[in-house]
Design a binder for this molecule. Structure first.
Ligand code: WTA
Length: 647
């Protein structure tokens, strides 16, 4: 954690909800927002119980919350099924033949599924999983492009009480292997490939490579997406379409304990290997369903498009579970935002009449750079609400998004949350909140977020501090898979009596939160979360590297970019070619998202007397070539001078 937290400059501009929007909104007017927050504050458990009652329970819970710090159980004794809540529940009424999913492939292919169809596909695939020996509690790894089969596989796993572990399709074979082994997956669902930027990403080939060291994976289900040649292991591999054709379309959902594991999703932390964040059933679905409804103001006539990849938490909660739990129509797009032209997103918005659009600041900044002519080519008048997530949004980008994409008419909800929180934690409610560009506004009702000092004492308005959550919330991670000690030490030991988020923030005099970003050794590149330690250990594994330190450097489009400082084993000498080799090495071992923008060779790294690398100094050098901060704990000042000379 950095010792000093400086806060951003204040933004004064305020956007009030328009009268038209407010009139139709689910939560309407500032008084309703205040009242909801106040009411939830008085009795948070009762607030979440009311939300949970909107779901279908097979057995009612006995107790809303059991809190044995830092371990929480929500809706204790209750039983329900996530896929039943997302699918079956909608089949008895007018949503039966409503479109649940519009899907567009990067190659222009299109499909749609009604609730009834999605239900049948899910039940079929649940039977496939059973026939492959998957039982309640078993883990199913999923490594797919953004295609409907991905949602079907998740829902099917949840239907039979299997635990899914979705691995982002951009991860390398090595990263895939690590996650499969840690989660102890029995079955892997993958595809021959997926389309990205006009090319085929060879997922099956990566999976084959990974599985060489995963003896626990007995079966692999392969979706034929691209029609490319793939290697085949007849005793292990089965085609999705063949298995589906042989399976029955009826599979009753299992009634599962509210605390039954729903999924494990790996994310990067400040130290060591990726953490398997464990989410469970009842609490997670309650928070995700309610936040989707209130924050995205979702109604039956909406088409909701969250552009996140399903391999990240945003895709889990707001592409798949939140919208489906609300019986909404969602849109899924497989490919890259600029393919074949920079107006692909806007073309999709126009074609499907998207009404609510949720994306990342990095995408917005990229669109700003490309110019207004691209969105101007399309009729975006169906849009009524915009959202952002994943990193702080700079007020200029917020205003551009509001003016150009939203035509000044659509509120922008800046939503703060994390893989660990399961659902949105701090966000405006679009029909009720006066918006300040750059601020995620206030915590969602029932969420006790605050900004505190190192001792857990709230800091005065306007002062920077640590962003914490003081009370357990329904969608919170339950533990780190297989490592409860790490769960305790990473999240619940740094600030007394609270969950520490890893972010710095400040509150203004209106109680609005301004998130300043990570203050631990996690960086966000294009909204992707990367642990510096992970990249460093990969670099150090290269035969020529002695030591490595990785830091983030501010970037106008991607938020941050990766700079690696590297010292070589004595017999090797730096050159540009080696720099490129090392970048490639990281991309191959983790995935292209982790490729350093720059590799800088140095004779030694600046360290404290206790041997800790002084990242703050490296960050400053990487960002502006200067060091202003305190250097009194630095061991060898000459190192600093040399790093500067090497500019
Ligand atoms: C950052 C993504 C500022 C933050 C859902 C957090 C944000 C990390 C915002 C979690 C926001 C997310 N404003 N920063 N609206 N939303 N972040 O786990 O640093 O990929 O800790 O979850 O993203 O990243 P993760």
């Amino acid at each position: 954690m950095s010792a000093e937290i400086e806060s951003y400059s204040t933004e004064r501009q305020i956007f009030k909800p328009g009268r038209n929007f407010q009139k139709r909104a689910i939560i309407s007017g500032p008084q309703s927002w205040d009242a909801a927050i106040r009411k939830a504050e008085k009795n948070p458990e009762a607030f979440w119980e009311t939300a949970a009652r909107e779901l279908l329970w097979r057995k009612p819970w006995k107790k809303a919350l059991q809190w044995k710090p830092p371990f929480a159980r929500w809706f204790v004794g209750g039983k329900l099924n996530v896929s039943e809540n997302c699918l079956d529940r909608h089949l008895d009424g007018p949503r039966r033949h409503k479109v649940a999913v519009f899907w567009e492939g990067e190659n222009g292919e299109r499909r749609s599924y009604t609730y009834w169809q999605l239900h049948r596909e899910t039940a079929r695939f649940a039977n496939v999983l059973k026939s492959l020996g998957v039982a309640k509690g078993d883990c199913v790894a999923i490594y797919l492009p953004t295609i409907p089969e991905l949602a079907v596989a998740m829902l099917a796993a949840s239907r039979i009480g299997a635990v899914h572990n979705v691995i982002f399709g951009g991860f390398s074979a090595e990263a895939l292997k690590e996650r499969i082994l840690d989660a102890k997956a029995k079955v892997l669902v993958t595809a021959d490939g997926g389309f990205r930027k006009g090319a085929v990403v060879a997922l099956k080939a990566c999976a084959d490579e990974a599985l060489k060291s995963c003896p626990g994976v007995a079966k692999v289900v392969v979706v034929k997406r691209c029609g490319t040649e793939v290697a085949w292991e007849p005793r292990r591999d089965v085609w999705w379409h063949e298995a589906m054709a042989a399976a029955g379309a009826s599979c009753p959902p299992e009634a599962l304990d509210s605390e039954h594991p729903l999924f494990i999703l790996y994310t990067s932390g400040s130290t060591g290997k990726p953490k398997g964040i464990l989410h469970t059933t009842g609490g997670y679905l309650t928070q995700v369903a309610l936040t989707t409804k209130w924050i995205f103001d979702l109604k039956d006539a909406d088409v909701f498009w969250c552009t996140a990849d399903i391999g990240w938490i945003t895709g889990h909660s707001y592409v798949v579970y939140g919208p489906l739990a609300n019986g909404a129509t969602l849109l899924m797009y497989e490919g890259a935002p600029l393919h074949p032209q920079p107006d692909r997103f806007w073309q999709i918005v126009e074609r499907y009449g998207v009404t609510v659009f949720y994306t990342a600041p990095t995408a917005i900044r990229m669109f700003i750079r490309l110019g207004e002519k691209w969105p101007a080519r399309h009729d975006l008048s169906s849009l009524r609400l915009l959202g952002t997530v994943g990193e702080p949004i700079n007020p200029e980008a917020w205003r551009w998004y509001h003016r150009v994409i939203g035509a000044g008419r659509c509120p922008v909800v800046d939503t703060w949350w994390q893989t660990e929180t399961g659902g949105i934690m701090i966000s405006p409610l679009p029909g009720a909140t006066a918006l300040k560009p750059g601020s995620a506004s206030r915590p969602f009702p029932g969420i006790s977020a605050d900004v505190v000092d190192r001792d857990g004492v709230p800091v005065p308005a306007g002062q920077g501090g640590y962003l914490v959550v003081k009370r357990p919330w329904p969608g919170m991670l339950r533990t780190i898979h297989g490592d409860p000690e790490r769960y305790k030490s990473q999240y619940w030991s740094q600030i007394p009596g609270a969950y520490f988020t890893g972010d710095g923030a400040r509150k203004d005099k209106d109680g609005y939160f301004w998130i300043m970003g990570r203050i631990d050794d996690v960086i966000k590149v294009s909204g992707h979360r990367l642990g510096t330690a992970e990249i460093e250990s990969t670099l150090v594994a290269h035969a020529q590297v002695a030591e490595a330190a990785v830091v983030g450097r501010p970037d106008d489009v991607t938020g941050e970019s990766i700079v690696a400082f590297v010292t070589l084993q004595s017999e090797y000498h730096p050159d540009a070619k080696l720099g490129e080799t090392l970048k490639e090495y990281v991309a191959k071992n983790i995935g292209a998202i982790a490729r350093p923008a720059e590799v800088r060779f140095t004779e030694a790294l600046p360290k404290t007397r206790s041997g800790k690398i002084m990242r703050r100094l490296l960050r400053e050098i990487a960002s502006n070539g200067q060091v202003k901060g305190d250097v009194t704990t630095l061991e060898d000042f000459s190192v600093l001078a040399r790093l500067r000379e090497e500019e």
